[in-house]
Ligand binder design. Structure first.
Ligand code: ATP
Length: 217
């Protein structure tokens, strides 16, 4: 059974940094598909400013046309806070124990992992693929603090496409686009142009729904 990628985020809004990370990992790991799962109420980031329905619709528009990419509404549809461990447990129940799962993370999200709900269980449910910037060398730099460091030292280094269902960690060095949702929101708040930072279809949606721009009085 071909492996699948699981990519969660606030996606407020989704941008080319996210899409490029997913495409690069899909190629490197032979992913059959990547599920983009916008968070409903992110437990450790406060309430996102944009309604979950809008963030989901932006993800839908961004992934349309890429046969490997799927927008997954499960966290947006849940009334409770959305924990990644619950999402992975649900996906395991659907897909079975043989299926290889890759949880895709940027380096910043990975370093923050010990603050996530039941974070150690994530390693039992999935493999973890981290996109690290060239030159960052997380393992050597001392950036990975305890207890994450000892957790990953017990884990198998991943073997790329032949990795088993769960339990390995892959640090993949890959050029990252220097784009953040925060920067896009601030450009739009001052009515600047965010073109070429995110797909046109997402930008059109933002303009249609007057997202991120200050209200006129
Ligand atoms: P914000 O600026 O609001 O914090 P963000 O752009 O970092 O948002 P998130 O939705 O918080 O986006 O990120 C979801 C995932 O995407 C995280 O794992 C994060 O590390 C990763 N990510 C975000 N931006 C990039 C980028 N430019 N390149 C690679 N990965 C990224």
């Amino acid at each position: 059974m071909p492996p699948i990628g699981i990519f969660g985020g606030t996606f407020d809004p989704i941008h080319f940094g996210h899409l490029r990370l997913a495409e690069d990992m899909a190629d490197a790991l032979g992913l059959e598909r990547v599920l983009f799962i916008p968070a409903g109420q992110p437990p450790h980031r406060g309430t996102p400013r944009t309604a979950a329905g809008h963030r989901l619709e932006m993800v839908r528009r961004a992934v349309a046309g890429n046969p490997r990419f799927v927008a997954d509404a499960r966290e947006v549809q849940r009334p409770q806070p959305s924990y990644t461990v619950d999402t992975l447990t649900a996906l395991r129940a659907e897909q079975g124990h043989e299926r290889t799962f890759w949880l895709l993370l940027g380096a910043d999200a990975f370093l923050d992992l010990p603050s996530w709900h039941e974070w150690r269980r994530l390693f039992e449910l999935a493999n973890i693929a981290v996109a690290e910037r060239p030159g960052a060398q997380l393992m050597q730099s001392g950036a990975i603090m305890e207890p994450l460091k000892s957790e990953i030292s017990q884990r198998q280094p991943a073997e790329g496409p032949t990795t088993g269902p769960a339990g390995s960690v892959l640090l993949r060095t890959t050029p990252q686009l220097d784009i953040s949702a925060t920067a896009i929101r601030s450009i739009l708040a001052r009515r600047g142009s965010a073109r070429y930072l995110l797909p046109d279809a997402v930008l059109d949606y933002i303009h249609e729904h007057h997202l991120y721009t200050p209200h006129e009085h």
